[in-house]
Design a binder for this molecule. Structure first.
Ligand code: APR
Ligand code: ZN
Length: 247
């Protein structure tokens, strides 16, 4: 099975990856659903919706600061590095991720599409101010701040530049992702429950256009019914083997 997956990838002319929280599990970043998932302990409607933010910005910011602090200590794992390597080898054309943790970028992936935003990016709720905290070097300062963060430009509330439940994905980002999916001969789907839309359309589009789906997950997901090859296992271990086989 894994040999077949490696062969398919090596021979493909246009492969993409579609990733979810499970790819970062081995880096110590909590997933949302399943064992120890965040949405088992917390209610998404109280922490990850625009309504929740306007009702209680402090609580929502506490949740995001807590996650930002966890994530900034996390390092990419073998799965993130394997995808970056496949891109350097010319096999992988893009990584489309639902993750906000920035670990694909840290691992060296260049063509990265972040469907749900990035936890290190913030934006103003009134004006066009945006800031990438890693670039401005303000992550520490931000996490030490006791008050709810305000826009340095206009003084309104800042918010995380992530997509909350009930919000639309940025149109250009989604468009780009769909266009890549239409062209893909192979799509490696890694560590996603595959039930959050429109993101979960990505592998479906690949499949409809005649592409092949290789799935890596520790358990079956919403994508498994359309997967041509299902590799059960941890993302880091399986991806490391695949890259070794290709080399
Ligand atoms: N290797 C591979 N897969 C794993 C691993 C691992 N080490 N650990 C967990 N998984 C799998 C789980 O079996 C599950 O299918 O990762 C998946 C994680 O699913 P979710 O927690 O639902 O994460 P995701 O699919 O990314 O969620 C989609 O939902 O809450 C929103 O916006 C949030 O982007 C997120 C979206
Ligand atoms: Zn502003």
């Amino acid at each position: 099975m894994i040999e077949e997956a490696a062969k398919l990838l090596a021979r493909s002319r246009f492969a993409i990856a579609f990733t979810g929280a499970g790819i970062s599990a081995e880096s110590g970043v909590p997933t949302f659903r399943g064992f120890n998932g965040l949405w088992k302990k917390y209610r998404p409607e109280e922490l990850a919706t625009p309504e929740a933010f306007w009702k209680n910005p402090r609580l929502v910011w506490e949740f995001y600061m807590w996650r930002m602090n966890l994530i900034r200590k996390a390092k990419p794992n073998d799965a993130h590095y394997a995808l970056a390597e496949l891109e350097r080898m010319g096999i992988l054309k893009a990584v489309i991720t639902q993750n906000v943790d920035d670990l694909h970028r840290e691992a060296g992936t260049k063509n990265l599409i972040e469907l749900h935003g990035n936890i290190f990016r913030v934006k103003c709720t009134s004006c066009s101010y945006r800031e990438y905290l890693k670039e401005s070097g303000r992550v520490d300062e931000f996490l030490q701040e006791k008050d709810v963060p305000k826009c340095p430009n206009c003084g309104s509330l800042l918010r995380p530049d992530v997509v909350w439940f009930g919000e639309a994905l940025p149109e250009d980002t989604l468009d780009k992702a769909f266009r890549l999916a239409e062209r893909a001969q192979v799509c490696i789907v890694i560590g996603t429950s595959g039930i959050v839309y429109p993101a979960a359309y990505i592998p479906q589009i690949v499949k409809e256009r005649g592409g092949t789906i290789i799935e890596i997950n520790v358990e079956k997901s919403g994508i498994t019914p359309i997967a041509d090859i299902f590799l059960r296992g941890k993302a880091g271990e399986v991806m490391d083997k695949i890259v070794r086989l290709i080399k």
